[in-house]
Each structure stands twice: as structure tokens, then as C-alpha cells.
Ligand binder design. Structure first.
Ligand code: RIB
Length: 308
């Protein structure tokens, strides 16, 4: 039997409270929603779930509150094939929360409260160095303290573990951190915040990618919504279009893309094919409501690719 490469996802878990509204509210306005949904979310958890459902050998490092949401999340992760042995329950703390508006175009606005996610500290990580060392790849986002991301990156780097960063939510990042990232996956907004280049075309994607390569990142993948993904490796870039579907809710589309991308990379697929698979998974996710309820299983991704 061949050894299945191991992915460690380090990041946040949230409970998403989602209101589907006809349009985004103006200050002072009150609006009735078509629907209210409470669903599992959080960028780290969504990416871990996407990897688990896509068939990865995946371990998730996160922190949960000691409320019933934390227990529900833990149960859900186990159902999704995730190794939960390193997940910490924080006494007297709430599980992270996201308040989300989704408009009739399927776009979203998100406010978050860290709760237990703020406890994913370098001290917590100090108990888990061996998990990171024994991984083949580490995937992170930016909903946990930045010092934790920096230390995990340093440690993974020293041990030859591939480091992938989905730099969401958008924020500037120190060059020292970027110099140790092997794969970065910003969307257009995040790419602009990291590079100062407004990314809206192949030309601007080349410029932004060059800045990130010059800072030391090997592979730059800029997700550009309906246009697809700009993929730049060793300075050579091209656009890989996505699939055209009727999007009703884009929550976790990027997370699904990232989780499936890393799963496919660790399976040994060429970069081009991993992006196609990640695009397929994200295309399925945008046709369904919510974060984790929208994330497909491997068989659904395979069926989609056969039919498109
Ligand atoms: O990327 C989508 C996620 O962002 C949501 O699930 C929400 O929890 C926020 O973290």
C-alpha cells in the first residue's frame, strides 16, 4: 500500500449565522431576510473539511469553545474524515462566530469574532511541532494570531514541509513571512493589499505575481472570481478558467478551492490538473448555501469533472 501524504491545516473554526437578504443594508437600515441559517464555517475549518471530503489524509489544528457549537464542530470534523486529535477545547470560551449577509447576487459580507480562535497561539502550537514536522504540507489562513502563522511557517520551513498560505481575510504581511511561503493563494483584493497592484486583468496579475515571486514565493495562484485563477510558477503565468455555473452563495468557495487544491497536489497531480479539480469543487460549492453544507465530497467532484 502506498503511503498517503499528510496535510496539516492550521486555522480557525467559526459558527456562521447567515442572513440571506435581497441586497446589502445601508447604515441605519433594517431589512427582512428571506432565510436564516446557522452552519459550520471558519476559513480553517472549511479548508480542512474540503480536504477531508476530497479524500486527504488530514489533521486539523484549531481551538473550539466549550459551548455546544464546539462539540458539534468536533463531531462534524470526525464525520468528514479529519484527524481531530490536536483540536483544543478552551474552557470558559465561545467558539468563533461569523455574522454573514448574503445578497441575491450570492455575494457576502462577513463580520467575525475570534472567540476560541484567539487561543491558537504559539504556546498552543508548541505542543504540536511533531505534527507539523511529520506533515508533507501545511495550509494556513489569517483568522488566527499572526505570530502563530509566523512560527508555524518557520518550523515547517526548517523541516522541509511545503507551506501554503491563503492570505484571507486580507491584510498586509511582513516580507520575512512571505519569503518562507511556497504557495500563496490570494483573491484579487488580497493580492492588491499584499502588492499594491489592483488585479483585474492578466497584465496586472503578472505584475502582482512578480512582486510576490520577488519576495520569495514560488507559486502564486490569484483567484479571480468568474475569470478563473491566475497561476504563476517560477515567474511564468497563465489563466486557468473556472467552470460557469449559476452561483447562489459564494461563502467558502475560496476555502473549498484551497482545501481541494492541496489535497490534489499531495496526490501528485500536476499543478494544472489540481487547479481544474479545485475549480470544480468551488463551482459545486457556489451552487449550494452556507459554508460547510456547500462543500462537496470526492465523488461529487469526480462526477462534475466527468460532465464538464
Ligand atoms: O471563507 C468563509 C468563511 O469566512 C465563513 O465560513 C466565515 O466563518 C468566515 O470565517
Amino acid at each position: 500500500m502506498t503511503h498517503q501524504k499528510k496535510l496539516v491545516v492550521l486555522g480557525s473554526t467559526n459558527i456562521d449565522h447567515i442572513l440571506n437578504v435581497p441586497y446589502f443594508l445601508a447604515p441605519g437600515e433594517t431589512l427582512s431576510a428571506h432565510q436564516y441559517q446557522v452552519a459550520m464555517g471558519g476559513k480553517g475549518a472549511n479548508q480542512a473539511v474540503a480536504a477531508g471530503r476530497a479524500g486527504a489524509n488530514i489533521q486539523f489544528i484549531t481551538a473550539l469553545g466549550d459551548d455546544h457549537f464546539g462539540q458539534d464542530a468536533l463531531d462534524q470534523f470526525q464525520t468528514d474524515g479529519i484527524d481531530t486529535s490536536l483540536i483544543k477545547i478552551i474552557p470558559h470560551e465561545k467558539t468563533g462566530v461569523a455574522l454573514i449577509f448574503v445578497n441575491d447576487e450570492g455575494e457576502n459580507m462577513i463580520g467575525i469574532h475570534a472567540g476560541a480562535n484567539a487561543h491558537v497561539t504559539p504556546q498552543m502550537l508548541a505542543n504540536h511541532w511533531d505534527a507539523i514536522e511529520s506533515a508533507d504540507a501545511l495550509l494556513m489562513q489569517l483568522e488566527i494570531p499572526i505570530e502563530t502563522i509566523q512560527q508555524a511557517t518557520n518550523h515547517a520551513n526548517e523541516h522541509g514541509v511545503l507551506v501554503a498560505l491563503n492570505p484571507a481575510p486580507a491584510r498586509p504581511l511582513p516580507d520575512e513571512l512571505l519569503s518562507k511561503i511556497n504557495i500563496i493563494t490570494p483573491n484579487e483584493t488580497e493580492a492588491e493589499i499584499l502588492t499594491g497592484i489592483k488585479v483585474d486583468s492578466a497584465g496586472s496579475a503578472i505584475q502582482a505575481s512578480k512582486i510576490l515571486h520577488d519576495k520569495g514565493v514560488t507559486v502564486v495562484i490569484i483567484t479571480m472570481g468568474k475569470l478563473g485563477a491566475w497561476v504563476s510558477e517560477n515567474g511564468v503565468g497563465h489563466l486557468i478558467p473556472g467552470f460557469k455555473v449559476d452561483a447562489i452563495d459564494t461563502i467558502a468557495a475560496g476555502d473549498t478551492f484551497n482545501g481541494v487544491l492541496m489535497t490534489a497536489l499531495l496526490e501528485g497531480l500536476p499543478l494544472q490538473e489540481t487547479i481544474r479539480k479545485a475549480h470544480a469543487a468551488a463551482a459545486i460549492a457556489v451552487t449550494r448555501k452556507g459554508a460547510q453544507p456547500s462543500i462537496p465530497w470526492a465523488s461529487e467532484i469526480d462526477d462534475f469533472l466527468m460532465n464538464h
